[in-house]
Design a protein around this ligand. Structure first.
Ligand code: R5P
Length: 305
């Protein structure tokens, strides 16, 4: 399987300009790499990733990475474990092949939601951080990363899709709405979103029962007009659906939802529509049927090192 194709008309740069162009390696998020190549004019690097008959992985660059600032694009969904391993293979191969530096863009970074230590339970994020750090990756870029601190121990830029999502909701959903954060963690993103729309933010409280079931505290609320539920991730849809039911019960007119990462596991989209949510919008950190907003420009601007 080939990932990354030189399908762009290659722009001619002077050697001075070229020096500051990172080399984009498509990884699992080739679409994002290509969007950024179009915006910045950076070249895309061919790579081949394959599997031997015994299940082991094969990887090779089909371009020369010597002296290059290599940027790997890998969104960790689906199959986060496999994508993590591929990232490590690509990064180490880049250094072995003489790359000047290796940076990684993880538009969606998995495993950041389970960080609480319960005796005997794994906290995979710590193992992942160690593995990434061992490869010598110099910079990590994420988008609306679930943890607000830098856990990586290397230069970390956490970008946000919230402003762009807010603009979309104003244009496509409603010109005035209340923003609901479905749990305490989501307040951070809801506030960021609401700064752009000048909306009031209401925070709900969530208790997670298991991976698929949550209870959102049925607080007494009185709402009128439209509502947008804002979160960084919609996975099973459980959180957003519970929040939508509470908003409806509180008397709001229409409920919409916005998130950065639309994992939409299993029948999440059906659950969402059944719950009375009119429409959902997400960014393109994960390509989904509701990824109507692009964070490519935000990432492109941040890559200007
Ligand atoms: C969790 O803290 C996140 O911010 C989201 O609320 C959560 O991941 C949503 O998951 P689900 O859609 O499965 O309820």
């Amino acid at each position: 399987m080939f990932r990354g194709m030189i399908i762009l008309p290659m722009t001619i740069f002077t050697s001075d300009q070229r020096k500051y162009m990172p080399l984009l390696v498509a990884g699992t998020n080739g679409v994002m790499a290509l969007k950024i190549a179009k915006i910045t004019g950076s070249p895309i690097c061919y790579s081949q990733i394959d599997r031997y008959p015994d299940g082991e992985k094969y990887f090779r660059f089909a371009c020369d990475v010597r002296g290059e600032d290599v940027v790997i694009f890998n969104s960790m969904h689906p199959n986060p474990d496999e994508i993590l391993f591929e990232t490590i293979l690509i990064a180490e191969t880049a250094y072995q092949s003489g790359a000047e530096s290796v940076s990684c863009v993880f538009p969606y970074f998995a495993y950041a939601r389970s960080t609480e230590k319960v005796r005997g339970e794994a906290t995979p994020i710590h193992s992942i951080v160690k593995m990434l750090r061992n490869t010598g990756i110099r910079r990590i870029y994420t988008v609306d990363f679930h943890l607000q601190e830098n856990v990586f121990g290397v230069e970390h830029h956490d970008l946000s899709g919230m402003e762009k999502l807010a603009e979309y909701c104003l244009e496509e959903f409603s010109d005035s709405f209340t923003v609901i954060a479905p749990d305490e963690k989501a307040v951070y993103w809801a506030k960021r979103f609401a700064r752009k729309t000048d909306s009031e933010v209401i925070a709900l409280r969530k208790i997670r029962i298991d991976a698929e079931n949550v209870i959102v505290d049925p607080v007494r609320l009185e709402l009128e007009g439209d509502v947008v539920i804002v979160d960084n991730i919609i996975s099973t849809g459980g959180t957003v659906c519970q929040a939508a039911r509470i908003a409806k019960k509180a008397g709001c007119r229409r409920v919409f939802a916005a998130c950065t990462h639309a994992i939409l596991a299993g029948d999440a989209m059906m659950r969402i529509l059944e719950s009375g949510i009119e429409d959902v919008v997400a960014t393109d950190t994960i390509l989904s049927p509701v990824s109507h907003v692009s964070v490519a420009e935000t990432i492109a601007a941040a890559l200007n090192f």
